[in-house]
Write a protein that binds this ligand. Structure first.
Ligand code: 9WO
Length: 256
C-alpha cells in the first residue's frame, strides 16, 4: 500500500522529532504506512539573513510571517504529497477539528499542514494558498506545530493497518460519537476500591454490554446533547436506562 503522505511546513521542524519517533505514530512511520516530510520556510527566505517575518502594517506588537518564504516552502511541499492534497493552516480562526474531520482528512490523498508562529501569517498567504483553516480548540498556544501534530496523530491512526487490531479503533472515544468506557487493570482492589466484578467474570458478552452501557452513560452525563441527535437501538436504550437508574440509586445512597 502507498503510504499516506503529510508535509509539515513550519519554522521549528525539530519540535516534531521526538513525537514522530514514538508509539503508534512512530511505528506507522517506520512501517512506511505514513510519511511525514518537513519543510522550513526559513530555508526558502530570500535574503542572506534568512528573514521570514516582518513588522505588521498598521503597527502593533510582534511580527507577521511573510508570504514569500511560506509560498516557496508550500510549493516544495507539494512535491512530497500526492496531487489533490489540500493545504491546511492550523489557526485559532479555523473550523474546529474533531473525529469526523479526521475521518474526512484520511480519505484525501495526503495533507500539507502549515504551522504559524509570531502573530500569524500575512492574510494574503491564507487567501491565495490555503484551502482550509483548522483549530484544535479555543485557547491560545504559541504556534501551530502542536496543533499540526494533533491533526497528524488523529489522522495517522485512521490509516489502514496503523492500528493492528481494528477492534481497538472501534472501542475508543468518539469513533462512534460516544465517549470511552472506563478501564481497569491489576490490582483487583486499590485502596479499598474494587474493580467492577463483571470485568473479572470471564463473561465476554456481559463485559461488552457493561462497557457499552458505561460509554452511553458517560456520554449522557458528560456531553449533554451528544445523544440527542442520534437514534439509539432498543439495546442501547435499555443499557442507558440501566445506567441512569444505577446512578440515581447511588445518588440516593449518598444522600442517606
Ligand atoms: C493571539 C491573540 C491575542 C488576543 C486574542 C486572541 C488571540 N489569539 C491569538 C493567537 O492564537 N495567536 C496565534 C498563536 C498566532 C499564530 C501562532 N499561534 C498559533 C496558534 N498558531 N496556531 C495556533 C492554533 C491554535 C489552536 N488550534 C490551531 C492552531
Amino acid at each position: 500500500m502507498e503510504a499516506y503522505s503529510v508535509a509539515l511546513v513550519g519554522l521549528f521542524p525539530e519540535l516534531t522529532n521526538a513525537f514522530l519517533d514514538v508509539g503508534v505514530v512512530g511505528r506507522a512511520i517506520r512501517e512506511q504506512r505514513v510519511r511525514c516530510t518537513r519543510f522550513n520556510p526559513r530555508d526558502y527566505a530570500m535574503d542572506a539573513r534568512r528573514t521570514v517575518d516582518d513588522r505588521p502594517f498598521g503597527g502593533g506588537p510582534g511580527m507577521v510571517m511573510m508570504v514569500e518564504p511560506l509560498r516557496a516552502a508550500v510549493r516544495d511541499a507539494r512535491t512530497a504529497v500526492p496531487e489533490g492534497s489540500p493545504v491546511v493552516l492550523l489557526s485559532p480562526q479555523g473550523e474546529r477539528f474533531d473525529q469526523r474531520l479526521a475521518d474526512e482528512l484520511v480519505r484525501l490523498p495526503g495533507l500539507i499542514l502549515v504551522a504559524a508562529r509570531y502573530e500569524g501569517v500575512d492574510e494574503r498567504f491564507t487567501a491565495d494558498h490555503v484551502d482550509r483553516e483548522l483549530s484544535i480548540g479555543d485557547y491560545v498556544i504559541s504556534g501551530g506545530e502542536l496543533a499540526a501534530l494533533v491533526v497528524f496523530d488523529a489522522v495517522a491512526r485512521l490509516v489502514p493497518g496503523v492500528l493492528g487490531n481494528p477492534d481497538s479503533t472501534i472501542a475508543e472515544s468518539h469513533v462512534d460519537g460516544l465517549l470511552d468506557y472506563p478501564h481497569y487493570t491489576r490490582p483487583e482492589v486499590d485502596g479499598g476500591n474494587r474493580a467492577p466484578a463483571v470485568l473479572l467474570s470471564g463473561d465476554h458478552g456481559a463485559v461488552a454490554k457493561w462497557r457499552r452501557g458505561e460509554a452511553l452513560g458517560r456520554t449522557w452525563q458528560r456531553r449533554p446533547g451528544a445523544l440527542l441527535d442520534r437514534e439509539l437501538s432498543a439495546i442501547d436504550r435499555q443499557l442507558l436506562a440501566g445506567y441512569i437508574r444505577d446512578s440515581r440509586e447511588i445518588d440516593i445512597e449518598i444522600q442517606e
